[in-house]
Write a protein that binds this ligand. Structure first.
Ligand code: SF4
Ligand code: SF4
Length: 252
C-alpha cells in the first residue's frame, strides 16, 4: 500500500514521462564494463530467449545456489528463485523458503494429504522488451542491450529504487553492498564470453534452457516449434523473453 502524497506522485509521473522518452539508447562503455574477460561472443545480432520447462523442475535449488555464487548475490537476496505451488481442493499453497536455495522442506501433513498437484516454478528477470524498469530510470542506468538483455550500468545507477518499484515481476532488489539496483541479467558476463547462464549450466534436469531464437537448439527449439509456451503476467504487455512450458494457470 502506497503512502505517497499527490504532489510526489505527480513529480514521479513527470519524471517517468521524461525518463521514458530518454531511456532508449545504451552506452557502449557500459557494455564493456559489464562483459568481463575478453567478450569473445558478439551478441549484437542474437535474439536470446530463456525457456523454463515446468515439467522438468524438481525444486532442487541448484540453480539458485549457482546464481548466488556466480553473481556474488548478497545473503537474503536472490537474482533467481524457485516457488512451490501445491494445488488442493480448497486453493493453492505457495512457498519459496530462502528462494529455495536449500530446496524445499517437506510439506505439513495436512497439506500433503490435501495436495492434488505440486509444481515448481523458477523465476528470474524476463529481460522485457517493453520494460517498465527501463522506462522509469531517471538517468538511463537501466537499459536494453543488443541480444535482448536488460542491464544496469554501475557507473550511473544512483540507487533511487524507482526500477525496483516499477518491475511487475518483483525481480529487482537494492544491493546492500553496492547500494545499486541488482537483478538477473542472464549472466551477461558469461554469455558475452560464449558461455551459458550459470543456472542453466547446473540444472540437473534441463528445466532451464537459454538460446538464440535465430539459431534455436534443444529445449529452446522444441519450445519455439511447439508454440505452447506462456509468459508471466501477459496483461502487463512487457514483452517478456522468459518463456514457460506447461505453466499452470494459477502461477502469478
Ligand atoms: S522482469 Fe522486471 S527487471 Fe526484468 S526487464 Fe522486466 S521489468 Fe525489468
Ligand atoms: S536446478 Fe533445475 S530442477 Fe533444480 S530447482 Fe533449478 S530449475 Fe528446478
Amino acid at each position: 500500500m502506497s503512502t505517497m502524497t499527490t504532489s510526489r506522485r505527480s513529480f514521479l509521473r513527470a519524471l517517468v514521462a521524461v525518463a521514458g522518452s530518454a531511456a532508449v539508447a545504451y552506452r557502449p562503455s557500459a557494455l564493456a564494463s559489464l562483459v568481463g574477460g575478453k567478450g569473445s561472443m558478439d551478441t549484437t545480432d542474437a535474439d536470446y530467449v530463456f525457456v523454463v520447462d515446468i515439467d522438468r523442475c524438481i525444486g532442487c535449488g541448484k540453480c539458485v545456489q549457482a546464481c548466488s555464487v556466480e553473481n556474488h548475490v548478497p545473503a537474503g537476496h536472490f537474482r533467481t528463485w524457485v516457488e512451490r505451488y501445491v494445488r488442493t481442493a480448497e486453493g493453492t499453497w505457495i512457498d519459496s523458503p530462502d528462494g529455495a536455495i536449500n530446496s524445499f522442506p517437506p510439506l505439513a501433513e495436512d497439506v500433503t494429504a490435501a495436495a492434488k498437484e505440486t509444481t515448481f516454478v523458477p523465476k528470474l528477470c524476463n529481460q522485457c522488451d517493453n520494460a517498465p524498469c527501463v522506462q522509469v530510470c531517471p538517468v538511463g542506468a537501466t537499459f536494453k542491450a543488443p541480444g535482448g538483455f536488460v542491464l544496469i550500468d554501475p557507473e550511473h545507477c544512483m540507487g533511487c529504487s524507482y526500477c525496483i518499484q516499477a518491475c511487475p515481476f518483483g525481480v529487482r532488489f537494492l544491493n546492500p553492498a553496492t547500494h545499486m539496483a541488482d537483478k538477473c541479467d542472464w549472466c551477461y558476463h558469461r554469455v558475452s564470453n560464449g558461455l551459458q547462464p550459470a543456472c542453466a549450466t547446473v540444472c540437473p534436469t534441463g528445466a532451464r534452457a537459454f538460446g538464440d531464437r535465430n539459431k534455436p537448439e534443444g529445449t529452446v527449439a522444441e519450445a519455439l516449434e511447439e508454440d505452447r509456451w506462456r509468459i508471466l503476467k501477459p496483461g502487463m504487455h512487457a514483452h517478456n523473453r522468459v518463456l514457460y512450458r506447461r505453466l499452470p494457470r494459477e502461477v502469478i
